[in-house]
Write a new protein. Structure first.
Length: 131
């Protein structure tokens, strides 16, 4: 099997990605009026993007997301750890050739690594136990 090691996106790239994904998914997520709603929308939109739920996918947004997530991903196979995409190596196309479902699963996983704030915001808003 393959194991993926994904780092969170740099802050500026995550911000640009969130803006692009929200613009693309705006019809499905029209309640973006607060930080919590926006974080849910970004997370939901990226999950929807990965699972193919949106009828009007913007190819440039999808390409941007996969390219940026690939830069922060390493994959482990047969005891070797390789970058999915780096300045001196680009394994993305060959790695996922004929493995479209695996690519979508990786995309959803990478999105969850960079955009985990819904669970964190909900947890921080919860009252302390026993209090």
């Amino acid at each position: 099997g393959v194991t993926y090691h994904v780092l969170p996106l740099p802050a500026g790239i995550a911000l640009r990605m969130a803006a692009r994904v929200l613009k693309m998914a705006a019809p499905a997520f029209s309640d973006v009026s607060s930080l919590l709603a926006a974080s849910k929308a970004v997370t939901g939109a990226l999950e929807g993007l990965a699972s193919g739920l949106f009828a009007d996918l913007d190819e440039s947004v999808l390409t941007y997301c996969t390219e940026e997530f690939a830069k922060v991903t390493r994959f482990e196979i047969g005891g070797k750890i390789l970058p999915l995409r780096a300045e001196n190596a680009d394994h993305f196309d060959e790695h996922f050739r004929g493995r479209f479902t695996a690519m979508l699963s990786w995309l959803a996983f990478a999105a969850a690594v960079s955009f985990p704030f819904v669970a964190k915001l909900t947890a921080s808003a919860a009252p302390p136990a026993g209090g």
